[in-house]
Structures are given as structure tokens and as C-alpha cells.
Design a protein around this ligand. Structure first.
Ligand SMILES: C[S@@+](CC[C@H](N)C(=O)[O-])C[C@H]1O[C@@H](n2cnc3c(N)ncnc32)[C@H](O)[C@@H]1O
Length: 242
């Protein structure tokens, strides 16, 4: 199990963090439907437009190298949204068999043609695949949307499908300031912990794969992020989604 930032090549998508948005319950309620509002509605209720732009290509390359993936290997992206990473993994490693799982019917319906038929409707804590059926399972900025018990279940599921070959990224905070800014911006996450608390949760679940954090930077007027939930990964100068 290693702490490694596989999203280090996520390009900057600078968005000004002006008024906090999570204070309005209507924003949270809209986001939690994981439908059109969340993906393609306003910035107050989610991504503010989630479109393919190729930003996952360098990350897909890093994932393929990190796991030593080769054609015919099977990869699952849990919480794959519209399947952009699914498409790009297949693009950078032709012959790789990549699938996604998503709770959002809307996202699946709006996937790129390359991902069509590869995205399954479901939930991260009940993965409908046999034990050991993947060479890598990715789960990027998803399980913090589940309560603690379901987080543990999701981690167990990832471990079951690909023992020691998971990559999980989660919302985290290290200082009160990071926690405060996070609370002002979070729309959908319900489990946000310190890194050491996440590690304890990983151990409780028997999760032995890799992991990294999504952390908002309270010292900057601008945060580099593209996701609906959060900010940038821990670590100077690195950007990511959330
Ligand atoms: C912040 S987005 C991250 C999407 C993508 N993994 C990325 O990094 O760009 C969170 C995603 O998790 C999905 N999601 C939320 N709850 C889920 C669950 N219980 N099971 C599977 N996916 C879920 C949402 O629909 C959304 O696509």
C-alpha cells in the first residue's frame, strides 16, 4: 500500500473560490441527485459543465505505467462519471479492457461513444463483479460521498476485485483552515477525515491498495480544481480534480 498521487498531471483548471456554496441546502440537494444539475448545471450545484477535453490522458498514461497494465488486462473505474478516464485508458493502452461503474444514470447516458456499453449503473459499496476479476480498480473522489460504514464496504469491494491493486483518492484535511474551507465548498461528501484517520479506515477495511488525498488550499484565492467536490491534492504545486 503506497501513498502516491496518480493525478499529479491533472492540468490546472483555475476557478475562483468566491462565495461558499454549501451553505444553501438547495445546492446540496440538487448536487446529491448526481444528475444534470451536478454535472452540467451551475457551479454552485456541481461541476458547472463536465465536458471531455483530454485532461485525463496524461493521468491514464501514469495509471497504465504504475500498474504495469497491458492489452487484455481488465480495469474498473468506480464512480467513473461520464467515463472520460475509461475512454482515455483505452486510448493510451489499446486492447486494455476498461469498464466503469456509476451511480448516475445521467452521467452514463452522456458518456463518449468510446465508453458506451462499458459503464454499469451501480454503487461503489456493492460491485457486481467476481473476486480478483481486475488488474486494477480506480476510485477517484467517490467514496467520501458514502457514510463511514459504506466507505468501509466500498474499500472491501475494491480490495476483493483487485487485491493490493486499487487506487483510491479521497477528500481530506490536515488543518482546521483546510477543514473550514472544505466545509464551505463541499456539496456531496459526507466522510471527510484527516489522512491518518483515512489510513485507519483503510486498515479496518483490509484495503491494501494505493491512495491519495484531495485537499483544498485555504491560503489561495484560487484553487486548481475541476471537480464538483473539492480542490487540489496535497503537495505543493500539484493539481487535480476532487
Ligand atoms: C467528484 S465525482 C468524481 C468523478 C470521477 N471519478 C473523477 O475523478 O472525475 C464523484 C462521482 O461519484 C459518483 N458517485 C457518487 N456516489 C456514488 C456511489 N455510491 N457509487 C458510485 N458512484 C458514485 C458521482 O455520480 C460522480 O460521478
Amino acid at each position: 500500500m503506497a501513498e502516491i498521487n496518480l493525478l499529479r498531471h491533472y492540468p490546472p483548471a483555475k476557478r475562483k473560490m468566491t462565495a461558499p456554496r454549501s451553505g444553501d441546502p438547495a445546492n446540496r440537494a440538487a448536487a446529491l441527485k448526481f444528475g444534470a444539475e451536478y454535472f452540467d448545471g451551475s457551479r454552485e450545484q456541481g461541476y458547472g459543465g463536465y465536458h471531455y477535453d483530454g485532461r485525463w490522458v496524461p493521468i491514464a498514461r501514469d495509471i497504465v505505467a504504475h500498474f504495469g497494465l497491458k492489452p487484455r488486462d481488465r480495469v474498473l473505474d468506480v464512480g467513473c462519471a461520464k467515463g472520460f478516464l475509461v475512454k482515455d485508458l483505452m486510448g493510451v493502452c489499446p486492447g486494455l479492457r476498461v469498464y466503469g461503474l456509476e451511480i448516475s444514470e445521467y452521467a452514463i447516458r452522456h458518456c463518449p461513444a468510446e465508453a458506451a456499453g462499458r459503464l454499469v449503473l451501480g454503487t461503489a459499496d456493492r460491485l457486481p463483479f467476481p473476486d480478483g476479476s481486475f488488474q486494477a480498480v480506480l476510485c477517484i473522489n467517490v467514496i467520501h460521498n458514502l457514510d463511514r460504514e459504506r466507505c468501509v464496504a466500498a474499500l472491501r469491494e475494491i480490495e476483493r476485485l483487485a487485491p493490493g491493486r486499487g487506487y483510491v483518492q479521497v477528500d481530506a484535511w490536515r488543518t482546521e483552515a483546510e477543514r473550514d474551507i472544505f466545509l464551505g465548498w463541499v456539496l456531496t461528501a459526507v466522510t471527510f477525515l484527516r489522512p491518518e484517520e483515512w489510513r485507519a479506515l483503510f486498515a479496518e477495511a483490509g484495503y491494501t491498495g494505493d491512495y491519495y488525498w484531495t485537499v483544498l488550499d485555504p491560503d489561495r484565492e484560487w484553487n486548481d480544481f475541476a471537480s464538483a467536490d473539492a480542490g487540489r491534492t496535497a503537495g505543493a504545486g500539484q493539481q487535480q480534480n476532487g
